[in-house]
Design a protein. Sequence first.
Length: 217
Amino acid sequence: MKPSVIIKSSRYGILVHLDREIPFPELLDRVEEKFASSAKFFKEAKMAVSFEGRPLSQAQEEALISRISEAGKVNIICIVDQSEHTELAYRNVINNCIADFARQDGQFYKGTLKRHQILESETSIVILGNVEEGARVAAKGNVIILGTASGHIHAGIAGDQEAFIAALAFCPGRLKIAGRGIRYSRCSEKEEITFCPQIAVLQNAKIKMFPLAGMGQ
């Protein structure tokens, strides 16, 4: 007999496959049982969640998130829509950013920056990899990290307040845009990484974070 609830890993965090046939109240109980049995694995992780297998109303999604959070001790950061339209919109945001960089003579760096490594750019830069804790990135323009940002990242180093920092996952030691910076507590555990694509911008002299896909709508 096929399980009514299946938990899988995904590019954003976790993907929960739900049985289409069973009544929703019963499904909620099955979800609670599944995540309660996996609570030690999640260890209060912060992550995104996606649902597949059956259509859900907003109220049903909220009920599922509540059960998952309580039973599995999971901190759900956001819900990622698995629809083809959303995937296309997400890819378009990334592709448009890369295209803009190319037109502006932006630079590309392929690979992961490790501790004590420093990457500097006179323009904008796209990093095709992770920026690990202890690594530093500084650019006169924007910084896009197609991976996890765990180091110190500075965009707009010459004072460009319109510069931004974007990454597929954020767990930075420090973010800085132009002359404004914000320091974060060290993410010592893997599960503390936020698996939501986000963008950091300067607004009213403060660095603020927004969902990356939302910036393209």
